[in-house]
Write a protein that binds this ligand. Structure first.
Ligand SMILES: Cc1cc2nc3c(=O)[nH]c(=O)nc-3n(C[C@H](O)[C@H](O)[C@H](O)COP(=O)(O)OP(=O)(O)OC[C@H]3O[C@@H](n4cnc5c(N)ncnc54)[C@H](O)[C@@H]3O)c2cc1C
Length: 343
């Protein structure tokens, strides 16, 4: 099996494939942990709370796989903090129904009680918030490294600084062409993030996704504050979200507000988005300094409805599960891609 791309999805796939005894070659055009794709940085939100039961089920299925990765790597990767959703009544109702569909627990709390329990947060006192206790923070960069380390210990062969330029499906196998050599595999799993469309086109496959460059900003904690995961649903725009960063402080983002772009074009953080997040932190998080100490960008690979593409076409398996919310599901998606590859 040849896996193209060692972001979180390719690394998860290599781990799950090698765990099932397959021989795996994992190819990465940069280095594991680089900051030009979608999987870098110290933190990602893990949450069950979605407005569709399917995602709740996937998050619940992913949780034991994250714990299995922790066991296999000896690293603590998921810190449970609990998470809040603040939004319209209709929005919260959809989340509660989706959580109920799978028996996930939740609670509704008035803003003033949330502020009493979490002095780091200041929701509108009369608002009602949805609390889901299983939410938490994934140590993103360490998680990717853990997957690669465990996969390599199980026999995965990793080639960094190796760009795949073409896929050539043949009778009974697929050739995966790089500038230096051509690898042959039963199947190629393409987890190339924002770079997937042109690569898949070499095999005659059309991937209907649009890459965008999104901005995130980091804020220092004032003292030893404990932050929960916090998602604020804004009508007509993507939600604002905040999560504690391992080691202290807060990371914030404004979902799906970045411009469409070519992933090979370098670009910096959007100062308008950073300013919006600073104003939000000032209003909502008394436990954090409202001036960001750092901002950076990260690529989303967007489908029109933010759903994931997990599919097999002949000798090529496509794993383009991003749209900015895929990380939490990565071990499960890796398992599903591995199953497709070996079917
Ligand atoms: C700002 C931001 C915040 C996010 N927050 C969350 C969150 O809180 N919770 C959550 O669940 N999800 C979140 N996500 C989404 C999540 O991070 C992504 O779904 C996930 O990282 C996608 O990983 P990937 O492996 O598909 O892509 P990538 O990480 O981009 O990996 C693709 C890899 O393929 C390599 N590659 C590409 N082309 C080739 C080639 N031709 N040859 C060899 N290698 C190649 C690339 O170099 C890259 O390393 C966020 C994403 C962003 C950008």
């Amino acid at each position: 099996m040849v896996v193209v791309g060692a972001g979180v999805m390719g690394s998860a796939t290599a781990w799950r494939l090698s765990r099932s005894g397959r021989s795996v070659i994992l190819l990465e055009r940069f280095e594991v942990g680089h900051d030009r794709g979608s999987s870098h940085g110290s933190a990602r939100v893990f949450r069950f709370s979605y407005d569709e039961p399917e995602y709740v089920a996937m998050a619940m299925e992913a949780l034991p796989l994250w714990r299995a990765l922790e066991d296999a790597s000896g690293e603590e990767l998921l810190a449970v903090t609990g998470g809040f959703d603040l939004g319209s009544d209709e929005r919260l109702k959809r989340h509660m129904e989706a959580l109920d569909a799978w028996g996930a627990v939740w609670d509704l709390l008035p803003g003033r009680e949330v502020a009493a329990r979490f002095p780091s947060v200041r929701p509108p006192p009369d608002a009602t918030l949805l609390f889901q206790p299983d939410a938490g923070v994934l140590a993103a960069d360490r998680a990717v490294r853990a997957m690669v380390t465990v996969a390599r210990a199980l026999g995965t062969e990793l080639h960094e600084r190796t760009t795949v330029t073409e896929l050539r499906p043949r009778d009974g196998h697929v050739e995966v062409v790089t500038r230096r050599e051509t690898f042959a595999g039963d199947v190629a799993v393409v987890t190339a993030g924002s770079w997937a469309p042109p690569l898949l086109a070499t095999a005659g496959l059309d991937l209907p996704v649009t890459p965008s460059r999104e901005t995130v900003a980091y804020f220092e904690s004032i003292g030893a504050h404990r932050f929960p995961v916090f998602v604020e649903w804004v009508d007509g725009r993507g939600p604002l979200y905040a999560l504690p960063v391992p080691g202290g402080g807060l990371k914030t983002g404004w979902h799906h507000t970045g411009p469409a772009t070519d992933p090979d074009r370098r670009g910096g953080p959007d100062s308008g988005v950073t300013a919006r997040m600073a104003a939000w932190v000032d209003e909502r998080f008394p436990g954090a300094r409202p001036a960001p100490h750092h901002a950076e960008t990260c690529m989303y690979t967007n489908t029109s409805d933010e759903r994931f593409i997990i599919d097999r076409r002949g000798r090529v398996v496509v794993g383009s599960p991003c749209s900015g919310h895929g990380f939490k599901f990565a071990p499960l998606i890796g398992e599903r891609l591995a199953r497709l590859a070996t079917a």
